[in-house]
Structures are given as structure tokens and as C-alpha cells.
Design a protein around this ligand. Structure first.
Ligand SMILES: *[C@@H]1O[C@H](CO)[C@@H](O)[C@H](O)[C@H]1NC(C)=O
Length: 503
């Protein structure tokens, strides 16, 4: 789920307001778009991931990774969730796994779209901190109070004490058809609300259990024909390391540029074998992140237009309505006539840990031309799994379903390997290859001209400086004419104007 990092926009907004007040008509004050996305549109359903299990990998001797295989349920449209037990005595809840936010928040009051909630009054170990907390998204928000309680997660021994945001009211957050009642934000403290002093769930787990500061995620809903409800697809959230039975081939790592979201650096995009050839900064405008809580692959507007142009050129199907690319219309074929062969592969090049190299993750059309529950009996309908974004590139579930993704926080890197469950009709729907030289790419595609946090601070301070300078000029204008009047006894139009305004 994509949340906006509100802390600095608030600062910026406050600065902007000050600037506005002081300088009225000085139109320098940039308004920052505070919109947020909640991206959980209902989509497809079921697949059973039948992973051949092999030997347990248990390097630290604390957890057994194999016990965590298949601990998730869900799909890309409604998210992947895990069952957890909260409080004393335990209350079972399904919790959405989200690498794009940092609060552990659960429903603590009834809501029409959820079957049950965490009743804090029934837990003897729940402690309220009395602090209010709220998160806003474009299409929704929630509010609640901060507390702590015991949490049990399958395969992690012992009782953990975790910060919990108890959601008391919400709008557009819980959606019809979702089978989860809370959200597990797995990103860094910088994104935690109300501030980064609220230790995120996984930080608490690592501190209290001593497991390695690594988790990995496999989501198994790849390219499946949706058959209405049935059982949801499976997946795995492995806490503490990497389970080798979940992937094939090599694991490729890309550095985490900054620790807030899982921000990575995209160097290049290819549609088919065609390089899009955009300035690599466009791909990271204003950031590129890996977010399990976002359904689609989201691309900055320029990149999106360019990708759509390239896909429609190569797809040999010229008569798609723009509604299909825009996400408002489905494309349907006669049953059994899957359209994937008409579409090209899509490759994303990521900076390798050896920064003069890159590797590419490739998704087949089976991942981005997504089957949805049939609307008409004789037709199979599909939607476009890529959308345009005003706040950066988001590698969402559409792409992640092709890979086993390792969030190696200890080494500040994100790993990708071909997921063993990313198979459709016997065909692997993802590929990964490298290394490629990145000599032809800028040394830093994620810097310069980008509204990253440090830059926002610079901008806000620059605004302050501008304010200060102009205020100084105004004061001088006020003082100087006064002196002049003392000398000459005359009041110029200009000085009186200024004086009237100040009065
Ligand atoms: C990094 O990549 C460059 C270019 O491919 C290569 O020459 C160099 O040996 C690599 N460095 C390491 C430490 O592998």
C-alpha cells in the first residue's frame, strides 16, 4: 500500500503557509500534492502453490523457514495476508502484508466490510498509550489510538510485544470482499505514524527474537484465471532469512537507495527487446519502490505513455480502446483463446550491488494482462496490470508475483529470484538475467531533480531563505522612506503604500 511520507510535507506546507502570509503575492510557494493511494481493487482469485518442500534451513537455530512456507493467503487484487493472534487470551486476525508502510494497525471496532475485529477490552495485556494516530490514503484513511499488546505469529517462538494502532474509525480502507482486518507495515521507521519513534513490527521482532534483519516474500497468484471465490492463492512471508526451496536460479540484489520505503534504482525499461530509451531519471521520478500492498505495476506518466505506445505497437492489436490502457475497460476474447501470445515481455533493469552492473527482471504478459472473473459466459476478460502514477514507480504485486523477493535490511539490499510458483500453464511467467554493464547509464538515476526527502528539506529551507530576504527588503522599504521623509519631508507613493499595507 502506498502511503505518503507526511512528515516533511507537513513541514513544507507549514513553511509554505508562513511564506504565503508574509509575502502574499509571492507565488513561489509550491503546494505539495498530499494525495495517497490505497490500491486494493478486487481482482482475481485462486491458485494453490504446491511447493516441493525440501530440507529446512535454520541458520540461526531460532526459526524454521519451512514452517513459514505457505503462511499467506490472498491475491494481487485484494492483497496477501497472514493469520496472527493478538492479545490475551488470543484473538485471531488476518493481517495484510504491506512493504509500503510502517504501522501495524488492526480494526478495533466493527465495520460493515469486516467480519470481526480486535476487541482491546477483552485483552488483559493490551495497554493504551493514549496517543492518537491516523493514516490517510487517496481513497481512504483510518484513525485510532496507539497501544501495545502481545502478538503470536506462527513459526516465531515466544510472545512478542508489538506497537499496535487500534483502528477505531476508517473510510475506504476496508473494502468489500477483503478477508483481512489489519495491516502489517514492513517498511522502515521513517514512515511510521505519528512519528518514527513508534517501532515498526519487524524491528520489534528482530530486537526481541534475535532473528536476522531479513524477511522475504513470495506471492503465488501469478496469471491465474479467476474462478470467482474459491480459495485464495497462497504465498510465503519468511521472517529471518531466505528459504532456498522457494526460488530457482540465482538471487540478484539491488541496493536500497534510502531506508524509508524500499527504494531502489531503476536504470532501464524494455518492452519486448526494445529499449524505451528514456532518461533513466524518468524511471525514478520521484522514486522507485517495491510495495507488496500495491496491486499494479505503477509507472510515472511519461514512462507509462511510452510503455503503452511500445506495447500497442508490438502487440499487433491496433484497435484497443484507450479505456483498456487507462484501466476503465476490459479486453475480452472468446473462451480458451488466451491473448498472451499477442503481447511482449516487459523488463525492468535494476542497479546491481556492483554499481557498474545491472540485472533485469522480466515479466511475461501472463503477469500484466490479468484475467478477471468472467463477465460473460462465452468470453475471457482481461485487464491491463499497469497504471500511471504521479508519485513514483511502484513495483507492486503484478511484478512481485513473478519473483521471490528478499528484503535484506541487514545488507541494505533487495533481492530478486525467479519464484517457483510463478508458473502458468506449465510456462514460467518471469525471468531474470544479468549481469549487464551499466556504463551507458548515469551513475545515479535516483538523484538530481527529484523530490526526495533531503531535497524537500533543501527546498523548504530555500523557501525560508527567500521569505527572509524579501521580508528584509520589505523592512528596508519601510525604514528607508521614513528616513527620506525626515530628510525631505516628503512621502513617496511607494513608501505610503508599504506603510499602509503593514498597518
Ligand atoms: C564490477 O563490474 C565491473 C564491470 O562489469 C567489473 O569490471 C568489476 O570487476 C566488478 N567488480 C567486482 C568487485 O566484481
Amino acid at each position: 500500500m502506498y502511503i505518503l511520507h507526511e512528515k516533511f510535507t507537513k513541514v513544507l506546507r507549514k513553511r509554505s503557509r508562513m511564506c504565503m502570509i508574509m509575502l502574499l503575492q509571492l507565488k513561489r510557494c509550491r503546494k505539495f500534492n498530499s494525495s495517497l493511494d490505497l490500491d486494493l481493487t478486487p481482482l482475481k482469485t485462486f491458485q494453490d502453490s504446491t511447493n516441493g518442500l525440501s530440507l529446512a534451513s535454520d541458520p540461526a537455530g531460532i526459526v524454521n523457514f519451512l514452517n513459514m512456507v505457505n503462511n499467506l493467503q490472498g491475491d494481487s487484487g485484494r492483497g496477501y495476508y497472514m493469520e496472527m493472534t493478538l492479545g490475551t487470551p488470543g484473538q485471531k486476525l488476518n493481517i495484510l502484508v504491506d512493504t509500503g508502510s510502517s504501522n501495524f494497525a488492526v480494526a478495533a471496532a466493527a465495520h460493515p466490510f469486516i467480519t470481526h475485529f480486535f476487541n482491546t477490552a477483552l485483552s488483559s495485556t493490551y495497554e493504551s498509550t493514549g496517543r492518537a494516530v491516523a493514516v490517510r490514503y487517496t481513497q481512504g484513511n483510518w484513525e485510532g489510538e496507539l497501544g501495545t499488546d502481545h502478538v503470536l505469529i506462527p513459526s516465531i517462538p515466544g510472545t512478542l510485544t508489538i506497537n499496535i494502532a487500534a483502528i477505531l474509525s476508517s473510510e475506504g480502507f476496508f473494502l468489500p470482499g477483503v478477508n483481512w482486518q489489519g495491516i502489517l507495515g514492513l517498511a522502515y521507521p521513517l514512515l511510521a505514524r505519528p512519528d518514527s519513534s513508534v517501532e515498526p513490527f519487524f524491528n520489534s521482532v528482530v530486537r526481541q527474537t534475535g532473528i536476522p534483519d531479513v524477511f522475504s516474500l513470495q506471492m503465488c497468484g501469478a496469471g491465474l484465471s479467476a474462478s470467482t471465490t474459491a480459495d485464495p492463492a497462497g504465498g510465503s512471508l519468511v521472517m529471518g532469512g531466505v528459504e532456498p526451496t522457494l526460488y530457482s536460479g540465482s538471487m540478484w540484489y539491488t541496493p536500497i537507495k534510502e531506508e524509508w520505503y524500499y527504494q531502489v534504482e531503476v536504470l532501464k525499461l524494455e518492452v519486448g527487446d526494445q529499449n524505451l530509451n528514456l532518461d533513466c531519471k524518468e524511471y525514478n521520478m520521484d522514486k522507485a519502490i517495491v510495495d507488496s500492498g500495491t496491486t499494479l505495476l505503477r509507472l510515472p506518466v511519461n514512462v507509462f505513455n511510452s510503455v503503452v505506445e511500445a506495447i500497442s505497437r508490438t502487440s499487433l492489436i491496433q484497435d484497443f480502446s484507450s479505456g483498456f490502457w487507462g484501466g476503465t475497460k476490459l479486453a475480452c476474447w472468446l473462451k480458451g483463446e488466451t491473448p498472451w501470445r499477442f503481447f511482449p515481455k516487459l523488463s525492468i533493469y535494476l542497479r546491481a550491488t556492483n554499481t557498474s552492473q545491472s540485472f533485469k527482471i522480466t515479466i511475461l504478459p501472463q503477469l500484466y494482462i490479468q484475467p478477471i472473473t468472467d463477465v460473460e459466459g462465452t468470453l475471457d476478460c482481461f485487464r491491463f496490470g499497469i497504471s500511471s502514477s504521479a508519485n513514483g514507480l511502484v513495483i507492486g504485486a503484478t511484478v512481485m508475483e513473478g519473483f521471490y523477493v528478499v528484503f535484506d535490511r541487514a545488507e541494505k539490499r533487495v533481492g530478486f529470484a525467479v519464484s517457483k510458483c510463478a508458473v502458468n500453464g506449465g510456462i514460467a511467467v518471469s525471468e531474470i538475467s544479468g549481469p549487464f554493464s551499466s556504463a551507458d547509464v548515469a551513475s545515479d538515476c535516483a538523484a538530481g531533480g527529484l523530490l526526495k526527502e533531503p531535497l524537500l528539506w533543501v527546498i523548504s529551507y530555500a523557501l525560508m531563505a527567500v521569505c527572509a530576504v524579501v521580508l528584509l527588503i520589505l523592512l528596508l522599504l519601510l525604514v528607508l522612506p521614513c528616513r527620506r521623509r525626515n530628510r525631505s519631508g516628503e512621502i513617496t507613493d511607494e513608501s505610503s503604500l508599504v506603510r499602509h499595507r503593514i498597518k
